[in-house]
Design a protein around this ligand. Structure first.
Ligand SMILES: [Zn+2]
Length: 175
């Protein structure tokens, strides 16, 4: 239960809901989903962790997965010292366009690649054929400590991630 992991992404989704709601054409093409139960009780395995996203993916499996072209997962996006680290196994086209969106908004320096893959809530969606990117800043010293408090995160970081995501959605993914 932390400010960045995972309060930040919830805050970002709430604000995205407000902004997207002002653009009906965009709003009609986007579904906001809040996943609970990401953490593993013991360690990540086939049966432990990612409870909410696994449930969501199970409901969609088969033909209803086709209604989604792709997905963006936000996780730990509030760090004051923002370094978004897209996992190495990110869907290539989405990653390319996220970088391009960031470039256009002159925010490219906040986005880089992680040197490895991640198990996170994007994994069950990729597994059922919905290419989903994990927008995560995994470089966060207070991760999973009692020090993950609101003074470590900033509204500006949420603004950066939200702006890039919205630009990506409106100018690339849903154009
Ligand atoms: Zn966590």
């Amino acid at each position: 239960m932390g400010a960045n992991d995972a309060g930040s992404s919830t805050g970002l989704l709430l604000e995205l809901a407000r902004v997207i709601g002002q653009h009906p054409n965009l709003a009609g093409k986007i579904e906001l989903v809040f996943f609970d139960g990401e953490e593993a009780y013991d360690h990540f395995s086939e049966t432990d962790g990612l409870y909410g996203s696994r449930y969501f993916a199970r409901q969609l499996q088969g033909s209803s997965a086709k209604q989604f072209r792709g997905g963006i997962l936000f996780d730990m996006v509030g760090d004051r010292s923002l370094d978004v680290t897209l996992p190495a196994d990110s869907p290539a086209e989405i990653a390319r366009n996220i970088f391009a969106a960031a470039e256009t908004l002159k925010l490219r320096s906040y986005f880089t690649y992680l040197d490895r893959e991640m198990i996170d809530d994007h994994s069950p969606l990729n597994a059922i054929g919905i290419p989903t990117i994990d927008v995560i800043d995994f470089d966060y010293p207070s991760w999973h400590t009692a020090g993950d408090t609101i003074d470590k995160i900033s509204a500006e970081s949420l603004q950066i991630v939200g702006s890039v995501a919205l630009y990506y959605l409106s100018e690339f993914a849903l154009k």
